[in-house]
Design a binder for this molecule. Sequence first.
Ligand code: SF4
Length: 402
Amino acid sequence: MIPRKATRSLMVGDVPVGGGAPVSVQSMTTTKTADVDATLAQVYALAGAGADIVRITCNDTEAAQALAEIVPRSPVPIIADIHFQYRLALAALEAGVHGLRLNPGNIRNESHIKTVAREAKDRGVPIRVGVNAGSLDRDLLAKHGSASPDALVESALIEVGYLEDVGFGDIKISVKHSNVPAMVESYRLLSEKVDYPLHLGVTEAGPPPGGLIKSVAGIATLLLEGIGDTIRFSLTADPVEEARAGRSLLEYLGLRERKGLDLIACPSCGRAEVDVIEVASQAQAALEREGLPIQVAVMGCVVNGPGEAREADIGIAAGRGKGHLFIKGQVVRVVSEDEMVEALVDEARRLVAEGVEARLAAADAEAAEIAAATSRQLVEIQGDANRAAERRARVAEVAENG
Ligand code: SF4
């Protein structure tokens, strides 16, 4: 487990953030908030894809009114995103939102911020101080010369000071930058100065794959250092994709329990006995439909596949027109190549229902032997890629003769 930096705890609706709670996934709707049905449909889609909390823009009175209808019908807590108009923050609170996000770069009046904080405090609603490099307070921009990590952190701390002045402590902070190293540095700096929970994100990351790579690079770097309590991928894409990506990242880092499929596949090489890319994509599509929370390996050859993927719950390795189905590295069944994806899905279902021990006990008696024989044949045909015999002879020669 990754040791996490100790932070204070707060609640966004029924989702705990900080204080050692599981790192949560956030996403944001792209619908017009005033369109209640379309927005709710997207909130449900985001929750289904792994979002624990959803943010919705509250950019006018109609949006605030819509929030009053959306919040009670939402499956997850709702945060209102506020820019410029502090009155819309008050309206969103009246609508019953579970959290607010304020941008210090565009709500700059101290007394307005404090008015919102007092109201949020009375209602037990947390506030995220959401600093963004692209909309940094212009005085700080002039002072620092650029949206540097120091400038972002200073902006956050000024705003936090306003909230603390009125005894408000349910604070989350983000200091998002579109430049990955600057984003990482900003959060590191902030994390040294405060123990409020941090919301991580690379802002304006762009469309996938670049946006995904940037987001993973920034967010994962910090999470692996124990920094970060809640995350958002800001992709120029269907937000369902960002919710799914955020959830997957946390699962891959071992920060959240696996809810879905983790498909691993070898990169393929000259030894491959099958089109690994094609088989992997067929297996992924079929297994995702099943929604099984397991790690599945698709390996191009039986010579190295079962051994290399022995950590996977279940896998399939090709060889000489056959598919070798293995559980925890042990071959349990051999099927013809054209049945391999179907057999993999069938065994995956049984594995989840019956458990590893039961499925190993039900292994075909000859499966391991057939796999070993196929592996030997392939080594004979293709040669030993690891050149084990040659190496052993050389080692013996050195040991005996120096
Ligand atoms: S499992 Fe086989 S085909 Fe895949 S990369 Fe390894 S050696 Fe190559």
